[in-house]
Ligand binder design. Structure first.
Ligand code: SF4
Length: 451
């Protein structure tokens, strides 16, 4: 999971600042590292490091990045990956036809096969990045025209991707044929912006033009913008972007993430009504569905849980002893609103089950008369190989326990998950990947293990 941003502009003075604020808006898509690469008359310069956007870039770093085409990324590291400086994007390489910058969100399903083939031909890899395989394939594509090379490479890629590429005179953006990852196009004056999410356009004052279509590649240069389609498959946008990952003020493929979550909450009440005094949401991603549940049920929505906003990346988990003493660092209960109440707690999903169990316990300890859990998505029963960091199946509570067993384990009065039909109805159509909820994915896994 990552956020990507690309700008093709005229104003060399302000482009790095625009990248900074755009990446700031995409920070929720990755907190491990960030980088900006910028094209200055055919030379690609870059600045990248581990950390949040506001930690990595100083004003002077941005002033030093001058040029008219830029790409950037905020990166999320997978839990088994650790933090490694070599894996910070954008990746910048030099090859026979000049410099190339690549930033990527997604996961190439045939990464190991492609990497092995390249290694057999003599390629040496310095990172674990999918984008390094892509850059190598482009460099070896043997076409004079970069656009032809990228087209050829994309035809051989399986998996999910939102890709931004930069050459000395072009910004290229592409989205996988299923549209699993989001990617949108915006414009301000003569400048084009591509972004993982439209919330970055709002931050930059950029007008939304349209979504980049599944399987579409766009090329922006001095001649304007050209759209190149490759073969299309049935759209399979990641349902988890709508459930949890994307920002609620983004609009993806014509759907407001906010309205989708509100609908999920409303549908949840229709499917599993309950007599209760208050509805509360698990901060932050359960709150909008909780409001929807409240609107549909006429049960008042109130604040029940307070989240510490300053618990960040460097958070040190409390020891078992401190946890048992009830140290509440991330989340605390607003006792005044909970005591003596029949509470509906709405959350977006349950993955391992540890957070919801702890939250339910806290509500009971604060004097809740009853606690009813409503989950605004079906049970997560499978892990994702398409770019979302989900635990392996043995660590997914939904894969190993029935709803009744989970309810008993959490110690609540009732527990209900939104049905798959209810989710898709709330989202408005059937064009979604629901692999981690059903085990049915648009793309299979590359069986190969990377050596
Ligand atoms: S498997 Fe789940 S998380 Fe992965 S792309 Fe599909 S819906 Fe999204």
């Amino acid at each position: 999971m990552s956020g990507v941003l690309g700008i093709y502009g005229k104003n060399v003075e302000k482009i790095s600042q625009m990248m900074y604020y755009g990446l700031y808006a995409l920070q929720h898509r990755g907190q491990i590292s960030t980088g900006i690469a910028i094209n200055n008359n055919g030379f690609i310069d870059y600045y990248k490091d581990i950390g949040l956007v506001n930690e990595v870039y100083e004003e002077d770093d941005l002033k030093g990045l001058r040029g008219n085409i830029s790409i950037g990324q905020v990166r999320y590291a997978f839990s088994d990956e650790g933090i490694d400086k070599k894996n910070i994007e954008p990746l910048v390489i030099g090859y026979k036809n000049g410099a190339l910058g690549v930033a990527y969100d997604g996961s190439i399903a045939n990464y190991c096969t492609l990497k092995e083939e390249l290694e057999e031909k003599g390629s040496i890899f310095q990172t674990d990045l999918d984008s390094e395989v892509i850059a190598n394939l482009i460099a070896r594509a043997g076409k004079k025209d970069i656009v032809e090379s990228v087209k050829l490479v994309l035809e051989g890629l399986e998996g999910s991707y939102a890709l931004v590429l930069m050459t000395k005179d072009k910004l290229i953006a592409a989205r996988d044929i299923y549209g699993i990852k989001p990617l949108s196009l915006g414009k301000i004056g003569d400048e084009y912006v591509v972004s993982s999410e439209t919330c970055a356009f709002d931050t930059l004052g950029v007008d939304f033009v349209r979504d980049i279509e599944p399987g579409e590649m766009i090329v922006i240069d001095n001649n304007g913008i050209e759209s190149i389609f490759k073969k299309k498959e049935a759209r399979s946008f990641c349902a988890f972007e709508s459930i949890y990952f994307a920002r609620p003020d983004s609009v993806i493929d014509g759907r407001s993430i906010y309205l989708s979550r509100l609908n999920m909450g409303k549908t949840l009440f229709k499917e599993a009504p309950v007599h209760a005094d208050i509805v509360i949401g698990a901060p932050d991603s359960g709150i909008i569905a909780a409001v929807g549940f409240s609107q549909a049920s006429n049960i008042p929505y109130t604040i029940g849980l307070i989240k510490n906003k300053y618990v960040g990346r460097t958070f040190i988990s409390p020891t078992k002893e401190l946890r048992e003493k009830g140290v509440r660092i991330k989340l605390n209960v607003l006792k005044e609103n909970i005591k003596g109440q029949r509470v509906v707690l709405v959350d977006d999903s349950i993955v391992r089950g540890t957070t919801i169990k702890r939250t339910a316990q806290m509500l009971k300890e604060a004097g809740a008369k009853e606690v009813h859990i409503r989950i605004a998505s079906p049970s997560v029963t499978h892990s994702c190989h398409l770019g979302m960091d989900t635990p392996s199946r043995e660590n997914l509570i939904g894969a190993n326990k029935t709803v009744e067993e989970i309810k008993k384990g959490i110690g609540v009065d009732s527990l209900y998950y939104l049905s798959l039909e209810g989710l898709l109805d709330s989202l408005g159509d059937r064009g979604f990947c629901t692999g981690c909820l059903t085990g049915v994915y648009p793309i299979g896994k590359d069986g190969k293990k990377c050596l």
